[in-house]
Design a protein around this ligand. Structure first.
Ligand code: G4P
Length: 535
């Protein structure tokens, strides 16, 4: 399915290869069109012959994973991996962020492995909760965001109103690169604000092929589109007056967002988006280490694990660690050092994985994602390196919003129960907490999305033979506190302070956001950090 774009470049320097990489994720709310956009991007890069092969809806053959029966029942994908393709001599790595409503920490972690993000908005819905949450993670990590207003082929909001919404609600200054001629639902094409050229766009017959594009002069467009053309040019004047022009430094500094308009389903505006990714999105560059230095891309090989997925292939019962290469050249079979233990690690089984598609990877460069198969020694956030030791900062743990005490009635299974929970914790499937208030030592599962509970209980049963019972706790918000905070909160009712096993962080958990605010108001100097506020 995917082509080995990196192999052609064996002789080129690592720096040159890194400069060619664009590693990004699409962040969006379910149904905004992420899968459709993935297909459309892949179509443009000719990875697949016909749009439809990635998504797998209806009778189209899907390559999105079905690694668990549960997924199939629900018709959703809970895997994240990377799709690699080449476009205009650039290697594009599109990291998949599962887009269903019950999303989990995996979705957040993917953002730690990208250099930029495409924020996909439904023209009729604007900014939706999940987009806001994911955007917040981009903001915290200073990741530049390109905005694509999707579904312009059907009725939606006014373009200027959408610009206002972006600026007001997320504080990023929109700097449109293209501007639509025709309101949502009456889409004629876009004006490129940098060149002034108007490109008429029409969907191909059936919509499955590239859009039909035709550049027109202003006079031709004015004659053809009358009032729509006049409105667009007036809006452009307004944008010019407010200084909403692209500024590369501000974009890379994550204070502005270039905006494009289109309709992924008809491949409209997708070529323009790819061009912006190639021309403006940041390549793989030096990466900050835990020691506070920057690891240059041409240093010896290093990378970090941002995702672990077990049992992706039921026939093989394997476990895959997804690693982003940060520096140097990765070659399959090389023996590297595992940062956590200092032990050698052989990378014999390295693959490029997207859904069910797998290709053996022989080499990879900074920005690329490698799936290391049967890498049971690796944990989330682990660094691998060749040469001088390097360690990348621990991956952030995200504040959970769902909590359940977990028990088993089967006393003979207690050891397996403990081992299973340790394994799930190490993989980052779910957060495991202990609470002083629960004297019996019952662990508490904490999740960013409720589906993590299903994955965890399913795996405890399938892989460790332990049936567990979950007792859902009435909390829905958590913030990191400290020992002083724990003392302050002792007398408060309906507040628990629990220790997260993974990193010994103290989490104060509350029933509601307003309850947290009231309690915080009562205790001066109470530390409550890390709440992702999606408004
Ligand atoms: P997601 O991955 O973000 O959840 O969204 P997905 O691509 O599955 O798209 C959700 C729905 O929106 C799909 O319709 C899809 O066809 C439609 N869609 C995506 N992009 C566009 C667009 O540019 N214009 C229009 N008009 N629709 C778009 P569906 O009816 O749920 O599924 P399907 O049967 O069409 O595949």
């Amino acid at each position: 399915m995917s082509q080995s774009v990196s192999s052609a470049a064996t002789t080129a320097g690592v720096g040159v290869q890194a400069a060619k990489r664009r590693t990004f994720a699409v962040i969006s709310h379910p149904d905004a069109g992420k899968s459709t956009m993935t297909e459309a991007l892949a179509l443009h890069a000719r990875v697949i012959g016909q749009a439809g092969a990635v998504h797998g809806k209806g009778d189209r053959r899907g390559v999105v994973s079905d690694w668990m029966a549960m997924e199939q029942e629900r018709g959703i994908s809970v895997t994240s991996a990377a799709l690699q393709f080449s476009y205009r001599d650039t290697v594009i790595n599109l990291l998949d962020t599962p887009g269903h409503a019950d999303f989990s920490e995996d979705t957040y972690r993917v953002i730690t492995a990208v250099d930029s993000a495409v924020m996909l908005l439904d023209a009729a819905k604007g900014l939706e909760p999940q987009t806001l949450k994911l955007f917040e993670v981009c903001r915290q990590r200073g990741i530049p965001v390109i905005t694509f207003i999707n579904k312009w082929d059907r009725p939606g909001n006014d373009a200027l109103a959408l610009m206002d919404e972006i600026e007001q609600r997320i504080g990023l200054r929109p700097t449109p690169l293209t501007w639509p001629v025709g309101i949502a639902g009456h889409f004629h094409g876009v004006i490129d604000r940098r060149t002034g050229v108007f490109t008429r766009m029409q969907r191909s017959p059936g919509g499955a092929d590239l859009a039909i594009e035709e550049d027109m002069t202003a006079a031709e467009a004015a004659e053809r589109f009358g009032a729509d053309w006049t409105t667009a040019t007036e809006e452009l004047e307004l944008l010019e007056m407010t200084g909403a022009d692209h500024d590369q430094e501000a974009f890379l500094g994550a204070t502005t967002t270039p905006v494009l308009f289109g309709a992924a389903v008809a491949n409209l505006g997708v070529r323009q988006l790819l061009n912006v990714l190639v021309e403006l999105a940041p390549p793989a560059t030096a990466r900050p280490t835990a020691a506070g230095t920057d690891q240059p891309v041409d240093a010896p090989f290093s990378g970090f694990v941002f995702k672990i997925q077990a049992n992706m292939n039921r026939a093989h019962r394997d476990q895959v660690a997804f690693m982003r290469v940060c520096s140097g050249k990765f070659e399959r079979g090389m023996v590297v050092t595992h940062g956590g233990t200092g032990k050698p690690f052989t990378t014999k089984y390295a693959q490029q994985i997207f859904g069910q598609g797998r290709d053996t990877i022989d080499e990879a460069f900074p920005g690329d994602v490698v799936g290391l198969v049967n890498a049971t020694a690796l944990g989330i956030g682990d660094t691998l390196y060749a040469g001088r030791p390097v360690r990348y900062p621990a991956l952030p743990s995200f504040p959970p919003e769902h909590f359940a005490a977990v028990r088993t009635d089967d006393t003979s299974a207690y050891k397996r129960f403990r081992r299973g929970i340790e394994q799930l914790d190490a993989e980052g499937v779910i957060q495991v907490l202990r609470s002083e208030q629960r004297g019996d030592g019952t662990p508490v599962f904490a999740a960013v999305g409720p589906m993590q509970f299903e994955v965890a209980t399913h795996r405890l049963e399938a892989e460790f033979g332990v049936r567990v019972k979950l007792e859902f706790l009435p909390y829905e918000i958590a913030a990191v506190t400290d020992a002083a905070g724990r003392e302050m909160l002792r007398g408060e009712s309906n507040v628990e302070v629990m220790t997260r096993v993974r990193d010994d962080a103290l989490l104060a958990v509350f029933q509601h956001r307003w309850r947290m605010r009231t309690v915080a108001g009562r205790h001066q100097g109470l530390r409550l950090d890390g709440v992702i506020d999606a408004g």
